[in-house]
Ligand binder design. Sequence first.
Ligand code: SF4
Length: 452
Amino acid sequence: MNRRVHIQTMGCQMNVHDSARMEDLLAPMGYEPWDSPRGADLIIVNTCAVREKAEDKVYSYLGRLAEIKARRPDLLIAVAGCVAQARGAEILTRAPAVDMVIGTHAMARVAQVVAERVDTGRPVVDTALGDTLPLAPLPRKRERISAFVTIMSGCDNFCSYCVVPHVRGREISRPPEEILAEVRALADQGVKELTLLGQNVNSYGKKEGMPDFVELLDQVHGVSGIQRLRFVTSHPKDLSPALVDAFSRLDKLCGRVHLPVQSGSDRVLAAMNRRYTVGQYLEKLSALRRVREGMAVTTDIIVGFPGETRAEFQQTLHLVAEGDFDGVFSFKYSDRPYTAASGFPDKISEAEKSRRLNELIELANEIGLRKNRALEGTVCTVLVEGASRKDEREASGRCPDNRTVNFPAENARQLVGTFVEVRIERGNAHSLWGRPAAGPDRTRAQEVTHAA
Ligand code: SF4
């Protein structure tokens, strides 16, 4: 008899990827993926521990699942991923309805963990970390247009606020031939856009003495069928001149880089153990913008790091204005388990962190809107992903710089996977709106298409 597994994924793209892998691993046990917790036999919560708020969300979701389990005692509940790794057996005490705790590397053993729970009837906790890539790639079926390919996992940087090295383990890079085989298989399935994924892609291969990240990019770029190439995430200290240069050589490499700066104060950056200064960051930012016209750069900022003074926060605002970022992901600092910063003195109050966050968001939105408006009148090549979420009569897709573009289309679903030249008529705060550029203007329009 077929059973149903619902995986509730929280957090980053890495988790989305891990959830898909767990579905694959559970299929031979007869589990079919199920969209809703209702009617599922097994519910796995794939969690994020990067911020306190994300962890709180896990426990409140588990509270709701406990109510379902009270009505259906045969329901199995598992907590997987970063919170599972960070908290281990403590989760069983705090949320007694949970049957299994499956750490970041144990997700590769999800089938064995479920089998053990079923056989013994007792809770199972598996948080052992190994020294191989936790989830080996499996043949994939789902991706049609865009796909993520994990090139490495873990992190060795130990930024003082970050739980990732503690829950994802040390950096491990996948051999290039394995990555290339996966990329070719995806291209054969019709995937056109690829994002190479890792916590710190710029240090790919260094430890293992394998080809470095730029060499890997060159090889992936050579795979026919793949038309757009992206990567996340880059640590600014490891962004090399060779990688900057790759943007001038590799035309499939999309002109958008996510380069988290975190703070505009050198003192705070040192306390965060980021190992670059504001000046060094800005030099790299200028180099990226010099090498590719229209290069979009997004960043992350943490406000209210322990000891951050009002003047240091002003320096961050100043940096955000000077950096002219195309997007800013801003977060309030929160203590995370095992991290150095959780023991730092001079914690900033919640009220002050909220005030700083609001100021930063206001500034970032102003810049984002101005930059989107500046694109009005240009034409961009949109890879169509589907119908717009707000209006079925519009198609939605992305420019090479990853901006979302919506445009009228009667047949949005039939356009999925095609490239459409769209003339931008309106720049909104977080997206662009336009119309297909056709007719006599088209040739000229293509000439002004912003860089791919
Ligand atoms: S580079 Fe720093 S912030 Fe990024 S995952 Fe590693 S420790 Fe965390």
